[in-house]
Each structure stands twice: as structure tokens, then as C-alpha cells.
Write a protein of this length. Structure first.
Length: 83
């Protein structure tokens, strides 16, 4: 496993009202969600990046406004009408 070091201004942590540990965890999750949303990581690999189980990762997606499904709400509603 690779270790990546980043520099974070103290003012950012103060603005977020987070300590370094929480910030690191949040940053991993945000990056994982974005890579998943972009289709660059599977949910399993994104969960690894976020250091959570796949189920936890999938359950947290709505917190970030990301759907489990690739289809839009309208497409899903249309599918339901046609079912």
C-alpha cells in the first residue's frame, strides 16, 4: 500500500472544525465517492480507498448526492411504468 502525504493549511481544518484524523477519513471518502461517480473505480475499489466496507460505502453514497444507479430518476420512473 502506498502512503500519500498532502499539506493542509491549518485554517482549512479550523474552517471545517475537524481534527486531522477526521479530515483524513473524510478526504478519503470524498475522493472515493468522486472516483466512483466518475466511473473510474468500482464500488469495491472505492470502498477500499475510503477504508470502509463496500456496504458502508454504498449506504453513504446518498450523503454525497450520488445514486447507486447509472440511470436518472426519470429513466427509473419510465422503467417502472413499463414493468
Amino acid at each position: 500500500m502506498k502512503t500519500i502525504h498532502i499539506t493542509c493549511p491549518d485554517d482549512v481544518l479550523i474552517s471545517l472544525k475537524e481534527d486531522v484524523t477526521t479530515f483524513t477519513s473524510d478526504l478519503r471518502m470524498v475522493a472515493a465517492v468522486k472516483y466512483y461517480e466518475m466511473g473510474r473505480l468500482s464500488s469495491g475499489r472505492a470502498a477500499e480507498l475510503a477504508a470502509v466496507s463496500r456496504i458502508t460505502f454504498l449506504r453513504r453514497l446518498p450523503e454525497f448526492g450520488v445514486s447507486l444507479f447509472d440511470e436518472s430518476r426519470e429513466e427509473l420512473e419510465e422503467d417502472m411504468k413499463n414493468a
